[in-house]
Design a protein around this ligand. Structure first.
Ligand code: NOJ
Ligand code: CA
Length: 677
């Protein structure tokens, strides 16, 4: 203890003079954040790493529709510090144990006038980044915040490369990513990821988006960004009564790509599990009456092409039972799909089935086979209709033994139909305050019925799965459905980019496993992928629910690939990003939560590449069998032969390495189990 005290004293002697009291360091001392008010009383923060500026002076503040702005004339009125070093356990996840080690400073700013308003900025500094939020205490001169705009800046200290998707456009989050200089970004969704010349990787996002509008980032000039809250039809983008606090604004910082991906920053900034025992949910894989609709071989709507028939459901349940998949998703079973449901949803019933779908019989049959139906709630973006039926809809599924629901909000961005509070309708954004409220309302109602939620066209993930673990997954990016009907399909660099962008926010229901590698006829060419790449997705894209998306008749045509999807877990005790480069390639290793087995997945962009994987993560003195699903001779994810695949075995130990070649737009999957098992 005495020695540590001495080191601290020496460190203090050498601390630069400019470091004021309002400075917080990360536990490892590499990140320094300054929080203060400048000469004009403007609250600001700045971030340095290893003594080099990463975020230059960035102002903090708010504009209101009902009050003066909070942007200058403040002074520091109080400060409080704290330190945390703890480990908590995820019920399921990319890793079992998460370390939360940070130093905290809460600085209260007060206005220097006769009616002083106060605002506290709470800052947490971790070794892998920072989080800060605003807290509006109960106070005399400010009771209701009608926030016109949040003025938080992220004044990035240097130019570099950015990977991002546009915000405020029609299609929510379902875009291919753009790679540009930081200084060329326009208005972006978060997470947005940056790489600087010295190799530092950084991403901006938010944590615990509760009862507040989602944060977009608008580049003001050069490399200076400012928060832009998702719009609201009411005028103010957020309306809250004090006391309340905003979501955390989060900045992941890492020496390289591995640390950025492996960080648990946003989870650590969220509150612990509020649901208690959630052992009723089991991570699983599922098939569905789904891809056939996306291929336009059947329809959600009723009639001759109707996909969700009793007979088709029974066929899928039999397939799931035979191959050991826990879930069968059935879309289009309920009334309301006829006509224009997109952005409308007024006809949807969540408890009444089409006459050719006997839901009681299907549910009973599934139960008899040990399979679970996965429920579906497409809303067409109409939360007015959905919320009115919500309780009945969840109770209905619970009675049928359905414990996981996929929902959907298909409507243009800004086209969600919400109640206006006066008996009418209003249009809101998928990531505005109303939808932040709506999603949690659904998740809580679902939890009350022991149901897990997987929304498509959702609000972005901000780590709330820690607090509400039944919010198990979501879409929120361009998923495999685009390979069925979009031009262009998901390009080879899409997944290698998402790994360091969308996937930083949380699990994604990408719906992998299209073994046929074919979309609708009219969308030639074939899906840019090899067969082995489809398997890699189960390892590189984390979700505790994983779809095996292709038609059963296609899945059985590729028995070795099907075998992998049966074996690969959906729940992990550890995750490591072994190597990669944003937008180019990634190799990720995960250890099974249920056994000692490891799985390694790799994906590449449009470039073929060879990777050598050091097996340092295996146990000492243990022989493993490495079973590898890799490209076969002539395989080419952009060429004629996309299906050539070999399954080979090697005996390996810790310290050995495996070299794998990936063709263009390809990938691989490896299973490592104790030899003799
Ligand atoms: C869009 C979803 O992403 C897709 O999975 C679903 O099949 C359709 N909406 C219909 O709900
Ligand atoms: Ca979608």
């Amino acid at each position: 203890m005495r020695l540590i005290g001495l080191f601290a004293a020496i460190a203090a002697l050498f601390a630069p003079l400019s470091v004021a009291a309002e400075t917080v360091r990360s536990p490892d001392g590499r990140i320094t954040v300054t929080l203060d008010a400048d000469g004009e009383g403007v609250p600001f923060y700045s971030v340095e790493r290893d003594g080099k500026p990463l975020i230059a002076k960035s102002n903090l503040g708010f504009n209101f529709t009902n009050d003066d702005p909070m942007r200058r004339n403040f002074e520091v009125a109080a400060q409080k510090t704290a330190s945390v070093d703890t480990t908590w356990e995820q019920p399921w996840g990319e890793r079992r144990f998460v370390t939360d080690k940070h130093n905290e400073l809460a600085l209260t700013f007060a206005e220097k006038d006769d009616t002083p308003r106060q605002i506290t900025v709470r800052l947490r500094v971790f070794d892998d980044g920072i989080g800060f939020r605003y807290e509006f205490p109960e106070q005399d001169h400010f009771s209701t915040a009608r926030i016109a705009e949040e003025l938080t800046e992220f004044n990035i200290a240097q130019d570099g490369t950015a990977w991002w998707i546009q915000a405020g456009d029609w299609n929510r989050y379902e875009y291919l990513y753009t790679e540009t200089p930081v200084s060329s970004v326009s208005t972006a969704h978060t997470p947005i990821t940056f790489r600087f010349e010295d190799g530092i990787h950084m991403s901006l996002h938010e944590a615990a988006l509760v009862d507040y509008s989602g944060m977009w980032l608008r580049r003001m000039q050069g490399t200076n960004f400012r928060a832009q809250l998702a719009p609201s039809p009411r005028g103010p983008k957020v309306v809250r009564n004090a006391p309340f606090h905003t979501p955390w604004r989060s900045i992941r910082i890492s020496d390289g790509p591995a640390g950025l991906y492996e960080s648990d920053l946003e989870l650590n900034l969220n509150e612990p599990n509020k649901l208690g025992d959630v052992s009723w949910f089991t991570p699983h894989k599922y098939i569905g009456i789904w891809w056939e609709m996306h291929l336009d071989e059947s329809s959600w709507a009723s009639g001759e092409k109707h996909g969700a028939t009793t007979e088709n459901a029974i066929k899928h349940i039999d397939f799931a039972a035979e191959h050991g998949f826990r879930g069968v998703l059935i879309e289009g079973w309920n009334l309301g799909w006829d006509g224009a449901w997109f952005g409308n949803g007024r006809e949807f019933s969540f408890t009444e089935a089409y006459p050719d779908f006997d839901i009681e019989k299907v549910a009973a049959y599934a139960k008899s086979k040990g399979v679970r139906i996965i429920g579906h709630h497409e809303t067409g973006g109409n939360i007015d209709v959905y919320e009115r039926q919500l309780e009945d809809a969840m109770a209905f599924y619970e009675r049928l033994g359905i414990d996981a629901v996929k929902s959907g909000y298909v409507a243009d961005a800004g086209g969600i139909i919400a109640p206006d509070g006066k008996g009418g309708e209003t249009f809101v954004w998928h990531d505005g305050q109303e939808m932040a409220r709506h999603h949690l309302k659904v998740v809580k109602e679902a939890a009350a019925h022991k149901i897990a939620m997987n929304p498509h066209e959702p609000i972005k993930a901000t780590g709330l799965r820690r607090t509400y673990p039944n919010w198990v997954s979501r879409e929120g990016a361009r998923g495999a459905e685009y390979d069925a009907w979009a031009v262009p399909k998901n390009q080879p660099d899409h997944v290698p980019t998402m790994i360091w962008t969308r996937m930083l926010s949380g699990p994604m229901d990408y719906t992998s496993g299209v073994f046929s590698l074919k979309g609708r006829g009219a969308t030639e060419p074939d899906i840019p992928s090899t067969l082995a790449r489809q398997l890699a997705f189960y390892v590189v894209i984390y979700s505790p629910i994983q779809m095996v998306a292709d038609l059963p008749e296609n899945l059985v045509k590729y028995p070795r690939a099907l075998d992998f999807t049966k074996r690969v877990p959906a729940d992990w005790s550890e995750t490591k990003l072994l190597q990669g480069a944003v937008g180019e390639y990634a190799v990720i290793a995960r250890q099974d939560r249920e056994s000692d087995a490891w799985y390694v997945g790799g994906v590449t962009d449009e470039n073929a590449r060879e990777v050598t994987i050091d097996l340092d993560f295996l146990y000492d003195d243990t022989e493993y069998v490495a079973r590898m699903w890799i490209d076969g001779e002539g395989a080419d994810g952009l060429g004629k032969d996309r299906h050539a695949m070999d399954v080979v075995e090697r005996t390996v130990r810790k310290g050995d390495s495996l070299t794998v070649e990936m063709a263009r737009a390809s990938g691989f999957a490896i299973e490592l189990v104790f030899s003799g098992e």
